[in-house]
Design a protein around this ligand. Structure first.
Ligand code: FE2
Ligand code: FE2
Length: 353
């Protein structure tokens, strides 16, 4: 059989789960219903609500961003230049600016691929959640996520020089979530871990980009994502109350493993090879500097407080609290920092640049 053109781009995984009808149409969950009403009112359109005629010069924007934030182009990868024997020690300013542009492409590409994963997880929830209120809400999330895929793809396609493939660890996590037959684990992995990471990462990008189009696009997307995280918390709180200790322990471990997988994403693994530097060379320079670590920790700032809200931190004598302490991210447990305030600046202390 010949290969059809579209098949070249496919990546197939086999999944098995229970699709559930419910014949109980009464809407009894106030929180979910309020969220659903809000979601229906807050729909926006990528084609109409963003000004795609805005000219975007990514190289100029990098220079403007450096000027505005005082953070040199190419950070945090650039911190590696200061390590003796580093393969990037002799890069000139132009190369760092180029690197910064591609770094932006790499981040936006991971957002794009993550959004496709979210689209697939949200549609799974429509089929597998047992409550009509949650099916209604999840259906609005499907539309939201399709819009996010559309927005990131259009921005990359029309305004940026290139798109990078999906990060290996992100793909592993998405595969695991989609292959899990338990719907509440899809929620925990996607709505709490992946969406939590995304909110923090979007916040950092929105706080630093000098492009009004991208800023507006991320602002719209973040408003949707904040609802998605709330959807996860509201739904999980209800079922966690009835879980056995052993099942709850499985959820703790699942949350930890998902976070650990995301932490072990090597810094810009998709990017360095396109600049002639192997990931092995970069890994050999690790452990990363304190500044880089803080930067990486910041992306967990939304996940830790939400795990606390769900009771996951302190179950079993604080098992997850201990893991998060080892990872250096427990300080976010009571964090109420709005994602918009998370900027590169807040990850760096004076004198460390
Ligand atoms: Fe999304
Ligand atoms: Fe989302």
């Amino acid at each position: 059989m010949s290969t059809l053109a579209y098949e070249e781009h496919l990546d197939e995984i086999r999944v098995e789960f229970d699709a559930l009808y419910t014949w109980d149409y009464d809407r009894s969950r106030d929180g979910l219903n309020r969220l659903y009403e809000k979601a229906k009112r807050a729909q926006w359109n990528v084609s109409d609500d963003l000004d795609w005629s805005t000219p975007v010069d990514p190289w100029r924007l990098v220079a403007l961003q450096a000027e505005a934030t005082g953070v040199p182009p190419g950070f945090p990868g650039r911190a590696l230049a200061e390590i003796p024997g580093s393969p990037v020690a002799d890069w000139d300013e132009d190369r760092w600016i180029d690197f910064a542009v591609h770094s932006q492409c790499a981040s936006l590409s991971q957002f794009l691929h993550g959004e496709q994963g979210a689209l697939m997880c949200a549609s799974r929830l429509v089929e597998s959640v047992p409550w009509i209120d949650a099916k209604y809400y999840a259906s609005t999330q499907v539309v939201d996520e399709a819009r996010h895929v559309e927005a990131f793809h259009r921005y990359l396609d029309e305004k940026m020089p290139t798109t990078y493939p999906i990060n290996e660890n992100l793909k592993t996590l998405l595969d695991q979530l989609l292959q899990d037959s338990q719907w509440d684990l899809v929620y925990l992995g996607m709505q709490v871990v992946v969406e939590g990471l995304a909110l923090a990462a979007f916040g950092m990008m929105m706080g630093t980009t000098q492009d009004p189009l991208l800023k507006q696009m991320i602002r719209y997307i973040m408003a949707d994502e904040a609802r998605h995280v709330a959807f996860g918390i509201l739904s999980l709180q209800e079922i966690y109350d009835d879980l056995s200790s052993a099942d709850f322990r499985e959820r703790q471990e699942f949350a930890y493993e998902a976070c650990d997988l995301m932490r072990r994403r090597s810094l810009n693994a998709e990017l360095w090879p396109s600049f002639g530097v192997s990931n092995d060379d970069i890994m050999a320079l690790l452990p990363p500097t304190r500044t880089q670590q803080r930067f990486q920790h910041l992306i967990f700032s939304k996940i830790v407080p939400n795990c606390k809200k769900l009771g996951l931190l302190d179950h079993r004598d604080g098992w997850l609290r201990e893991r998060f302490t080892e990872m250096g991210i427990i300080q976010y447990e009571d964090s109420s920092i709005e994602a918009e305030e998370l900027t590169i600046d807040s990850a760096i202390e004076p004198g460390e640049r």
